[in-house]
Design a protein around this ligand. Structure first.
Ligand code: GDP
Length: 311
C-alpha cells in the first residue's frame, strides 16, 4: 500500500466530520451563515482548535466577500491553504547514517502514548532501510514494558538490551549505548519510562538518563522525540510542554491517528509546540508508522477531489 493510501485509510475516522461539512457546502452556489456555522462546528469537533478554526472561517468569509464568483466548492481550497500554512515547517525528516556511530533517539512521553510500540516500529523501519539497529528497554518502571519490547524484538528480529523490572533505567541506557557502540550500530532507540510527568522523579530519571548517555558522547541523544497520543486530542499539550522544558525535545511522533475522530489534533499540537513531526502512527502493525507528510495529511483529511458529492 502506498503512503497516501495508508494515510487515507488511517485518517478515515479523523476526516469524516470535516469532509461531511465541506461536501455539503460544495453543493451550494453560495455560502450561508448556516454553512459557515457547520464548517466551524466540524472544525472544532475535529480538534483543529480555535486559532485554526477561526482562521479558516475568516478566510472563507473574506474570499466570499471579495470574489463574486465564489462558490461553495471553493471553500475547500481556502481551508486547505490555511491548513497548509499552519503546517509549514512541520515535516521532520530523519534517516540514520550508515557509518556505525550509534546515533541515539530517545522516545519520551506519558504511559500509553505508544512509546514502546513506536520504538519497535522504528527499529523495523530502519532495519528495512538496511541500518543496524539496537533497542534499549529503559522503561523499567512499567512492569510489562520490557517484556512487550522484547516480544516485538523477537517478532521482528531486532537487537535489544534490557534490564530487570525496577532496574535503574539510566544504567540500562548506559549498557545499551556501550553495546551499540561496540557493535557499530547505526541507531540506538531508547524506550523510556512514562509514569506521570508531574512526578518530579520521572523528570529526574530522564535527565539522569541523558547525563549518563552524555558521559559516553556529549552529542547524545541526537534526537529526543515526544510520543503523543493523537486520539486524546489536545489534552496532552501541557504535559508535552513540561517534557520539552525538562528534556529538550527535538521532534514529535503523533500516534493512534487511526483510532480517532479528531484528525485535526495534529494541527493543534504542531501549532502549540512548533516541533517537527517525524512520524505518525496509523495502526498497530509494524509498518503502520509513516513519515509525516503535509501533502498526504491534507489529501486525507480534506481531499482536493470531492469524493462523496450527492447528485
Ligand atoms: P507506552 O506506554 O507509551 O509504551 O505505550 P504502548 O506502546 O504500550 O502503546 C499503548 C497502546 O497503544 C498499545 O495497545 C499499542 O498497540 C497502541 N498503539 C500504539 N501506537 C498506535 C497507533 O498508531 N495506532 C493504534 N491504533 N494503536 C496504537
Amino acid at each position: 500500500m502506498g503512503i497516501l493510501s495508508k494515510f487515507k485509510k488511517g485518517l478515515q475516522k479523523g476526516s469524516a466530520l470535516l469532509q461531511g461539512a465541506f461536501d455539503k457546502v460544495s453543493r451550494r452556489q453560495s455560502i450561508s451563515e448556516n454553512d459557515l456555522f457547520d464548517i466551524e462546528e466540524a472544525l472544532y469537533g475535529s480538534d483543529f482548535g480555535p486559532e485554526t478554526t477561526e482562521a479558516i472561517v475568516d478566510e472563507i468569509k473574506k474570499s466570499f466577500r471579495e470574489d463574486k464568483e465564489f462558490r461553495g466548492s471553493d471553500a475547500r481550497e481556502v481551508a486547505r491553504k490555511v491548513l497548509s500554512d499552519a503546517l509549514a515547517g512541520s515535516e521532520g525528516r530523519y534517516t540514520p547514517s550508515s557509518n556505525g556511530d550509534s546515533e541515539v533517539i530517545c522516545l519520551i512521553g506519558v504511559n500509553g502514548s505508544g512509546k514502546t510500540t513506536t520504538c519497535a516500529k522504528l527499529g523495523h523501519r530502519y532495519v528495512q532501510e538496511g541500518k543496524k539497529v539496537t533497542l534499549a528497554a529503559c522503561d523499567t518502571f512499567r512492569a510489562a514494558a520490557t517484556e512487550q519490547l522484547k516480544a516485538w524484538a523477537q517478532r521482528l528480529d531486532l537487537d535489544i538490551t534490557s534490564g530487570h523490572h525496577g532496574a535503574d533505567s539510566a544504567a540500562v541506557a548506559f549498557d545499551a549505548y556501550a553495546s551499540a557502540l561496540a557493535k557499530n550500530t547505526d541507531v540506538l532507540l531508547i524506550d523510556t519510562a512514562g509514569r506521570l510527568h508531574v512526578k518530579d522523579n520521572l523528570m529526574d530519571e530522564l535527565t539522569k538518563l541523558k547525563r549518563v548517555l552524555q558521559k559516553k558522547s556529549p552529542q547524545a541523544p541526537q534526537h529526543s522525540w515526544l510520543v503523543m497520543d493523537g486520539s486524546t486530542g489536545v489534552n496532552g499539550l501541557s504535559q508535552a510542554k513540561v517534557f520539552h522544558e525538562k528534556f529538550g525535545l527535538t521532534g514529535l511522533v503523533v500516534t493512534k491517528l487511526d483510532g480517532t475522530s479528531k484528525g485535526g489534533a495534529l494541527v493543534s499540537i504542531y501549532r502549540e509546540l512548533k516541533l517537527p513531526i517525524f512520524y505518525i502512527g496509523l495502526g498497530e502493525q509494524p509498518d503502520d508508522l509513516q513519515p509525516f507528510s503535509v501533502d498526504s495529511y491534507l489529501e486525507s483529511i480534506l481531499p482536493r477531489q470531492m469524493e462523496s458529492v450527492l447528485p
